[in-house]
Design a protein around this ligand. Structure first.
Ligand code: MRU
Length: 354
C-alpha cells in the first residue's frame, strides 16, 4: 500500500452507514473530498447537512447517491422533520444521477404507505432494502462483466482503462465498473488498470487509485489527455465505465471525459463497456439530449489550473455517449449488446417507483 494511504488495518470504512446513538439517528458518510489522505467521517444529523454533502461530493456516484437519498428520507422521518420537503430537497440536490431521485422515491413511498406509527420504520426498512439490493447487484454485475470481457477479449489478461470512480466507494457492494475490474484482478486476469485522473475533481487519481491500491491491483495513473497515446500504442484491451443516467435509447451520461474515450475506443476497435445497476436505466428519459447535465462551479477548474483571476471556465460534470459508440451495457439482469432501446429494456429495472 502507498505511504500516503491512511492505515486500513481496522478494515475498510463503509462509504455510508446508518447509526442510532442515544442522541438520535444519524447518516454517517466517509467524506470523499478528503480521500485518499484522510479517512474522515461526516455525521449528518439533518437533511440540509446531507444535501450539502451531496452537493460538495462528500458522498457521490450514482448508486451511493440513491442510498443517500433513501437514508435521507429515513433520517427526516426518524427525527420528525417535514418528510415531503426533505424528499424534495434531497431529490434535487444534484440533477444527473437518476438513482438519487429513485432512492428518495423508494423510501418516500414506503413512508407514505405505512401508518403514522410505522412510517419512520418503513422508510428505514426501504433504505436498508435498497442497500442490500445494490450490494447484490454489484456481485451480479461483476460476474456478468467478467464473463463479457472473456467473450470480447479472449486471452484472460486484460489492460483495462477506466474513468472516474466506480468501486466500493459508490455502492453498497463492490461497485459497478470497478467491481468488474476487481473480479478480474481476483481471477488473476488483470494485467493493468489504467486510471484516468478525471479532471477537475480527480475522482480517478484520488479515489480509484485509493481503491486499486487497497485491493493490490496493478494500476497506473494517467492524465486524461494521455489516453489517446495509450490507445495508439495498443495498450488498452477494454474501457469500463459506470453511468449516472442511461436514457431509454441507451445514451449514457457519465463523468465528463467518458464520451471522448468512447470515440477513441471506436477508432481503435476497443470494446467500450458501461456497467451500471438496472436502477440507472431511466425509461422516462427518451434520449441523450433529454438528460440534464449538471454544470458545476467554474472555480473547480480554475483553482486546479491556478488560472488568472477572473478566468471563465466551462465545467460540465458529465457528458453523454451515444448508444452506437457503446459495445455493451451490463446490469445485474444481463448484457445489452448491441445497445438498442429493446435490448436495454430487457436488462433495465422493472420500475414503477419513479
Ligand atoms: O460527480 P460524481 O463523482 O458523482 O460522478 C460519478 C460518476 O460519474 C460515476 O462514474 C457514476 O456515478 C457511476 S458510479 C458507479
Amino acid at each position: 500500500m502507498d505511504d500516503h494511504l491512511v492505515d486500513s488495518a481496522s478494515g475498510p470504512v463503509p462509504a455510508l452507514r446508518w447509526e442510532e446513538p442515544p442522541e438520535g439517528p444519524v447518516v454517517v458518510l466517509l467524506d470523499q473530498t478528503r480521500l485518499p489522505r484522510e479517512e474522515v467521517e461526516l455525521a449528518c444529523t439533518d437533511v440540509p447537512a446531507l444535501v450539502s454533502a451531496i452537493r460538495c461530493l462528500a458522498v457521490r456516484g450514482a448508486p451511493l447517491l440513491g442510498l443517500a437519498g433513501a437514508y435521507g428520507v429515513a433520517l427526516a422521518a426518524a427525527r420528525g422533520f417535514d418528510v415531503e420537503e426533505a424528499a424534495d430537497q434531497l431529490a434535487h440536490a444534484r440533477p444527473t444521477a437518476v438513482n438519487l431521485g429513485y432512492g428518495v422515491r423508494r423510501a418516500l413511498e414506503a413512508y407514505r404507505a405505512a401508518g403514522p406509527e410505522e412510517a419512520a420504520a418503513a422508510a428505514l426498512a426501504e433504505a436498508r432494502a435498497l442497500h442490500a439490493e445494490d450490494a447484490a447487484a454489484s456481485t451480479e454485475m461483476a460476474a456478468r462483466g467478467l464473463g463479457l470481457l472473456e467473450e470480447l477479449a479472449p486471452g484472460g489478461s486484460y489492460r483495462i482503462l477506466t474513468h472516474c470512480n466506480t468501486g466500493a466507494l459508490v455502492s453498497g457492494g463492490q461497485g459497478t465498473a470497478l467491481g468488474v475490474v476487481l473480479a478480474a484482478h481476483r481471477a488473476g486476469m488483470l494485467r493493468r488498470l489504467w486510471v484516468d485522473e478525471t479532471r477537475p475533481l480527480l475522482q480517478g487519481a484520488r479515489l480509484t487509485a485509493y481503491e486499486a491500491a487497497r485491493a493490490g491491483m496493478p494500476y497506473t495513473l494517467l492524465a486524461d489527455n494521455a489516453a489517446g497515446s495509450l490507445f495508439a500504442a495498443g495498450k488498452v484491451d477494454a474501457v469500463l465505465i459506470g453511468a449516472d443516467r442511461i436514457a431509454a435509447d441507451g445514451s449514457t451520461a457519465n463523468k465528463v471525459g467518458s464520451y471522448p474515450l468512447a470515440v477513441l475506443a471506436r477508432y481503435h476497435g476497443v470494446p467500450f463497456i458501461v456497467v451500471a445497476p438496472s436502477t440507472t436505466v431511466d425509461p422516462a428519459t427518451a434520449d441523450g439530449a433529454s438528460i440534464e447535465v449538471e454544470q458545476r462551479p467554474g472555480n473547480e477548474v480554475t483553482d486546479l489550473a491556478a488560472s488568472p483571476l477572473g478566468a471563465q471556465a466551462y465545467n460540465p460534470a458529465f457528458d453523454v455517449t451515444p448508444p452506437e459508440l457503446i459495445t455493451a451495457i451490463v446490469t445485474e439482469n444481463g448484457v445489452a449488446s448491441p445497445v438498442t432501446a429493446a435490448s436495454l429494456a430487457s436488462v433495465g429495472a422493472q420500475q414503477t417507483a419513479r
